[in-house]
Design a protein around this ligand. Structure first.
Ligand SMILES: [Zn+2]
Length: 304
């Protein structure tokens, strides 16, 4: 084992954890950063989790007391030094961003703001990534509505590219527009479903957002997820994340944005990224973004 690694055993209830500091590596050819995190091999997976009580329901392992929203440190952190958190959206096991009331989503957004502010105050944090994996098709191991936070000590490559992101201008890609936020289909995503959401008045991070922006974001997220779930007449598996500024400097000119992508190209039908794409870094998307935008524009009109 690498001399940088530290092992420690902890007994928590019936769960025995082996915490191993990750090894960071950079591929010598492709310059891709890989965090080798052996401890994550011991986390529950969907197949075995089914038979166990939900740890996020009230009374469960992670949520002994009633709550509206809740955060806690990830027991199987991908990064060391308290950089990985789990963020619970609701105590209701079958809730989602499409079904939660707007005021409940607003409380979640306040939690995002509070946890972002907490990690932004650290001197060893640059990127604060808030994200959600929803559904077994994108690897979610627990179906209870939740997201996560990773506080990186650097700006990952793609996150650095997103610092230079600018809103799309093609009207045929626009899906939704309010006084505070706009939503469009991505111009050239490798995923068949890919949305970008951004504040109409540019702001670099959640804590810098106005009360009006945060209020409206709750409504925008509910409306967006309702339309996405309606598209295939069943809950859409998706990955969502928020691109915020680099908190290690004072550059506030970054335009914060939210991305939502799904691997589904039709109802229940996965689009797998395969050899020709993995090998070349070029992608073959079967969904025409402008047609997806037209479909979603119609669906968005069904929801407040
Ligand atoms: Zn639950």
């Amino acid at each position: 084992m690498c001399t940088r690694c530290v092992t420690a055993d902890t007994v928590l209830g019936s769960v025995r954890l082996v915490i191993v500091q990750p090894m960071d590596r950079v591929d010598p050819t492709h310059h891709t950063r890989v965090h080798v995190v052996q401890s994550r091999q011991t986390r529950p997976n969907a197949a075995t989790d089914v038979a166990q009580a939900c740890p996020f329901c009230v009374g469960g392992l992670e949520s002994p007391e009633p709550y509206d929203v809740r955060w806690f440190s990830n027991r199987w952190p991908a990064l060391p030094e308290d950089r990985c958190e789990v963020l619970l959206y609701s105590a209701q096991h079958d809730a989602s961003l499409a079904t939660l009331p707007t005021d409940a989503i607003r409380r979640l957004i306040d939690l995002w703001v509070e946890r972002t502010r907490h990690h932004a105050a650290r001197s060893d944090v640059s990127t604060i990534l808030i994200f959600e994996n929803r559904g077994a098709d994108v690897g979610a191991t627990i179906s209870h509505p939740h997201g996560q936070l990773y506080a990186f000590d650097h700006v990952p490559q793609r996150s650095r590219q997103r610092l230079r992101w600018e809103p799309p201008t093609q009207p045929e890609l626009l899906v939704d527009h309010s006084s505070e936020w706009s939503t469009a289909v991505a111009f050239a995503s490798e995923y068949p479903v890919a949305l970008e959401i951004w504040p109409t008045t540019a702001v670099g991070d959640l804590p810098s957002s106005s009360t009006e922006q945060l209020e409206d974001l709750a409504r925008v997220l509910r409306r967006t997820m309702s339309a996405l779930d309606a598209m295939y007449q069943q809950p859409l598996p998706y990955m969502m994340w928020i691109n915020q500024r680099d908190f290690s400097n004072t550059d506030m000119t970054v335009h914060m944005n939210i991305e939502i992508v799904s691997p589904w190209r039709a109802t229940g039908l996965m689009r797998y990224i395969a050899a020709a794409e993995v090998s070349t870094g070029e992608f073959f998307n079967p969904v025409v973004p402008e047609e997806l935008a037209a479909t979603l524009r119609d669906l968005f009109m069904r929801f407040d």
